[in-house]
Write a protein that binds this ligand. Structure first.
Ligand code: HAM
Length: 418
């Protein structure tokens, strides 16, 4: 019997795994530079947190959750996203009692029982950022810009920022009623009619031509914002324009999670086919209260690491991940192996990434391993070298080889590597 990774999941193997780490690092870097601090929350939470936080009517909650009872009879769910857990932690530990906004970033796996396809997995990784407790449109602009910067610094160019405002509890209900009455006059199938009753905004995002054709002239939220929401949205756009972030007004933008209000956005990439969203987020001012917390505002995003990697590949952008090691030890015989073992440890202690050939492979096999390692230099050591108090330092690119006194080896290597 043999096993494979479960359907919808995959292994991230070397050398791609270094790119994965580099992308995760690059996507979170702008947030770290802007004062966001790292938070790590459990991979499972009480099922009720997602039901109430993300929303029972969403597909994520109603169809896609990995839910199980633990041995103590508690219903737990593998997190399908990170915002609800972060908000739960902010409330539980009263982080809002300190300086506001509470700025947090995180990275890790999420789980959704979706139909797997290219770019859509059941186990996927997000980098996220959340700013809680301040309702300032300039903060919205900061949050959006941090994601934009993350993609740009990775070298991505083929992405677009879709932006809209979903209004708030004052202006959304009357707009919803208006939209429902517009939809009720259309020629729609029974399923779509039902959807129009539960979540009419989702009908606006219907991709089928026969539905699309009828949606011309449908009322859109941005034309019906209350004055506070309109002013807030203007502030966000002014902030974004001031720092050169470009966006597309997308009034039909629909997100898959229920907690959004006001500023809402998505980053899409043209090289990915159907699963084009490489990241998304928005304001969630009602989330804290919905999960039993105080009245706290919040805005944030999550960027899909898996899809960002696919987008980079589609654009042919290489992410510099750095060499695995820079020096590789090639011992000739057991005495030399013991000396090189200690020398390799000393190189690492001096901050030089180093490895050596283990298991007596002979000169040829060990040199091949040195070449494969990607190292810039090999240190070749034999009994005769030990007697002479030297080692052979070989430049693996040029092939040049020089004898270096053993006691000057680390300093010589450090000098050559700078
Ligand atoms: P989301 O739009 O559900 O938002 O997910 C964010 C990103 O995660 C997506 O744009 C996509 O790149 C990636 N993603 C989602 N599902 C999958 C999947 N099945 N396979 C591969 N990648 C996937 C959220 O999760 C919100 N928590 C974002 C947020 C934070 N809003 C406010 N704060």
């Amino acid at each position: 019997m043999s096993f494979t990774a479960p359907k919808g999941s995959y292994d991230i193997l070397p050398p791609d795994s270094s790119t994965f780490l580099a992308v995760r690092d690059a996507l979170s870097r702008p947030a770290r530079l802007a004062g966001y601090e790292y938070i790590e929350t459990p991979i499972f939470e009480d099922t009720g947190l997602f039901a109430r936080g993300v929303g029972e009517s969403t597909e994520v909650v109603s169809k896609e959750m990995y839910t199980f009872d633990d041995k103590g009879g508690r219903s737990l769910t593998l997190r399908p996203e990170g915002t609800a857990g972060v908000m739960r932690a902010v409330i539980e530990h009263k982080l809002y009692a300190g300086q506001l906004p509470v700025k947090l970033w995180y990275a890790g796996p999420n789980f959704r029982y979706e139909r797997p396809q290219a770019g859509r997995y059941r186990h996927f990784t997000q980098v996220g950022a959340e700013a809680v407790g301040v309702d300032d449109p300039m903060l919205d602009a900061e949050v959006v810009a941090l994601a934009w910067d993350g993609y740009r610094t990775l070298g991505l160019r083929g992405f677009r920022l879709l932006l809209t405002s979903l209004g708030d509890e004052t202006c959304r209900p009357p707009y919803r009623a208006l939209l429902q009455s517009f939809l009720s006059n259309l020629d729609l199938d029974a399923d779509t009619r039902r959807r129009a009753e539960i979540n009419p905004l989702r009908v606006l995002d219907d991709k089928r031509p026969q539905v699309r054709a009828q949606l011309d002239g449908a009322p859109v939220m941005v034309d019906h914002l209350c004055s506070e929401c309109a002013e807030h949205y203007d502030g966000v756009r002014t902030g974004l324009a001031a720092i050169g972030v470009e966006w597309e007004e997308t009034p039909q933008l629909v997100r898959g999670l229920d907690y959004y209000m006001r500023t809402t956005f998505e980053f899409v990439h043209s090289g990915l086919g159907a699963q084009s969203a490489i990241g998304g987020g928005g304001r969630y001012d009602g989330l804290s209260a919905a999960i039993g917390g105080p009245d706290l505002t919040g805005i944030g995003w999550a960027l899909g690491v898996d899809r960002t990697l696919l987008a980079l590949r589609a654009e042919g952008v290489a992410v510099p991940a750095g060499p695995r090691v820079q020096v590789y030890g090639v011992p000739l015989g057991t005495t030399a192996a013991a000396r090189l073992f200690a020398l390799t440890a000393a190189l690492r202690a001096a901050g030089v990434p180093a490895d050596m050939a283990y298991g007596s492979r002979g000169l040829k096999g060990a040199m091949k391993a040195a070449d494969r390692s990607g190292a810039a230099y090999a240190v070749v050591l034999g009994d005769r070298d030990i007697e002479a108090g030297t080692a052979q330092l070989k430049d693996l690119r040029s092939g040049d080889q020089v004898a270096v006194p053993l006691d000057a080896l680390i300093a010589t290597i450090q000098e050559k590597l700078t």
